[in-house]
Write a protein of this length. Structure first.
Lengths: 217, 217, 217, 217
């Protein structure tokens, strides 16, 4: 199992029955592959559909039905079309139960940076600031480190996405929960020791009692 | 009862330096024939207000590639490397706005509101230079209304009253920008006789639409 | 012809081809009876329909289709259903070409009072404040006097509806246009002399040259 | 997938003193069976947030007649003489709000906005005690968000995902209050199998709806 699949399988366990879930482009979108059918989960794509389904068979794509990355999708029974004002009204108004987003950095306050690297990458924040501000639960799904640099840092050096503390960080090494006291190490990935996690993490991690191994779907 | 214009005639109405709101999300729901006609006319110095700039060769990306764009107000430009390059070179200036804020600013402009108060962007770069208002003890950014000289709509069905309906994720910004353009031009996949679109299926009432494009040949 | 019909017939002449018109409850709603078919006018009822038609034949009423007074109506071909947010977005955003409202008082500044008689009648403003604030053209249709008291006064004694100056006043005696200089007497009703109008009007009227007789539909 | 409740069971959820947003415009689009069940239960001290209080014997008028209402936030109460009388006697307190402002306050509450800026009410009694913000040299009232413990919806079609569609002038406040109730209960003319309401016809996505009323027998 590669690192991305590991992360996606662990995040999938956070998805609650009957909930409305938004998945970001890239790694987060893989989560949908591991959420059991029959859980009654609806996926929202912020470009305008609630009840996003799998990619259609070849030849059955429709240019009016895509995900936020522009890829062809289907609509499940009970799906609803929404315009951008409704889409973001649902997001900002707390009607979205959970969002899974990629991250560039998370710090000890649980603050996320995921939209800009000054001087290098200025793609725009898209829906990220609204999602982090408004979703009932925010989960960051990302690699623990990039180019040998820890993405979990004492204090953000990249621009903040929103003042809201994210609820959970899932990486290829660990599951970490930001709390009032700081970043609590909740789980380790299979075959990864706590010392390896601590060594790979620039931020201080709080370790309370036993740290179990990640449970995956 | 509205007449329908050839794309070239519609493009003739747009002067150098005009501001255009254009529907679409990664070009899904964008008025492609209208955009092609603007590129063919070659009128420049445009301000584009839209969710994104799509990618080279698609939707708004065609206006960027043709060098007709001077200023962009959008939430995301990261999937169009030409927009990025022109922004870095200074050919295009860009105001990046959170997606949920952008659509509310357009709605406010179209609906006669002086603006909206949003928590999105608080504590981030987006707050810089903005008024902050406190309501019931909570701080909110004052986000001001946006209007444009033209709104260019991609619709699914139109009738000759100007009523429009949209399909699936091709709604996105279209129903909202239809409120905020001083002149509104709609390009539809099909034009049907008056009375065929059920009143409950109309998402943009004809009163908002100034011109239709004639059917594609 | 009674006074109300006279007023309605005169106001009907103000309706422009192809425009979107809102008619208040009571006297203003009579205007629709005198607007020529084929003018392409759409009537809006603020409770949620554009393209209001005549009362349906007995037995064909539908409880889902009423005007703002709760009376059964029909929908013309090309009608659109709208919710209250869109309805008032159109009104406040200037998309409504004209509204015809009843009045309790209009003063020399052209200010309207039409929603409250303190201590006597407190029905609420309903849509009146939005209509007067936002409609492109505001026409007051009312009797010139009530219980012998002029309703056209130097300064309102009843609560203001909106800061906006109304565009035209049509009564059973006269047509009066509020201007920067004050209330200009534009027309007299058939068989009514200027002296009679002046005697019946508490406010000062400006009379410039000939004052023609009202033209009615 | 939502279950459907008997009206009496739904009414059981509503405690003494609850705040209720109720759809309908002069009772058109009001959830009559739900209202009857509340009257039958007899729970009092209610705050009602709605466009109007209809008339005795219809819609919200039945709650007023039954003496269950303590406070009303509405745009118009003039067509219900009982509401007027109870307001004058002090049994009911009433906050009158311009209709376009009321619907925007509800939308703001439901969509996570801190409020909206509107020109409606400037210079009138409605301005009293309100914050005023200047945007681009123009003054606007700050109108604050509204939420309620319950939103009671009258819909046309529902499915068991909770998706709702509305018919003609029975839309009115319904699609907007569905965003702003902490618990949302929908009564529909019919309940259809999941997948029968086309995604583009859904005006209230099921995620917003907590409970449906069972079909009328």
């Amino acid at each position: 199992m590669d690192a991305k699949e590991l992360i996606a399988r662990r995040v999938a366990r956070e998805v609650r029955p009957g909930s409305l879930v938004n998945l970001g482009i890239g790694l987060p979108s893989m989560v949908a592959n591991f959420v059991p059918a029959g859980l009654g989960v609806f996926f929202q794509a912020e470009n305008g559909v609630i009840g996003l389904g799998a990619r259609p068979p070849e030849g059955m794509e429709d240019r009016h039905l895509t995900d936020a990355g522009g890829g062809f999708v289907t609509a499940v029974p009970g799906a609803a079309s929404i315009d951008s004002a409704m889409s973001f009204g649902l997001i900002r108004g707390g009607h979205l139960d959970m969002t899974v987003l990629g991250g560039l950095q998370v710090d000890e306050a649980g603050h996320l940076a995921n939209w800009k690297v000054p001087g290098k990458m200025v793609p725009g924040m898209g829906g990220a600031m609204d999602l982090v501000t408004g979703a009932a639960r925010v989960i960051v799904a990302m690699q623990h480190a990039a180019k040998g640099q820890s993405k979990i840092v004492p204090k953000l050096t990249l621009p903040l996405t929103a003042l809201r503390r994210v609820d959970l960080i899932v990486t290829d090494l660990a599951v970490i929960e930001p709390t009032d006291a700081g970043l609590v190490l909740r789980e380790h990935a299979p075959g990864v020791t706590l010392d390896e996690i601590i060594a790979a993490t620039e931020a201080t991690l709080i370790i309370q009692g036993d740290v179990p191994e990640m449970m995956l779907i | 009862m509205k007449g329908a214009l050839k794309p070239a005639a519609a493009a003739e109405m747009i002067p150098e330096g005009a501001s255009l709101m254009i529907g679409g999300f990664m070009a899904v729901g964008s008025p492609e024939r209208m955009i092609d006609a603007i590129v063919a006319r070659g009128v420049g110095g445009l301000t584009i207000i839209a969710n994104d700039t799509a990618m080279p060769g698609k939707g708004i990306g065609k206006l960027v590639s043709a060098g007709l764009v001077r200023h962009i107000i959008a939430s995301h430009i990261g999937l169009n490397p030409e927009t990025q390059a022109k922004m870095i070179s200074g050919e295009i200036t860009c105001e990046l706005v959170p997606q949920g804020t952008l659509i509310e600013r357009i709605r406010a402009g179209g609906m006669g509101l002086g603006g909206v108060l949003t928590p999105t962007g608080l504590g981030t770069e987006v707050e810089d230079g903005k008024q902050v208002v406190t309501v019931e003890g909570k701080r909110f950014l004052v986000e001001t209304p946006l209007k444009a000289d033209f709104a260019l709509i991609g619709a699914w069905q139109a009738d000759y009253v100007g009523n429009l309906s949209y399909m699936l994720t091709a709604h996105n910004f279209n129903p909202i920008i239809a409120l905020a353009g001083r002149t509104v031009i709609a390009e539809a996949d099909s034009i049907v006789p008056v009375g065929v679109i059920p009143p409950d299926a109309v998402k943009t009432p004809g009163v908002l639409v100034d011109h239709l494009l004639i059917r594609a040949s």
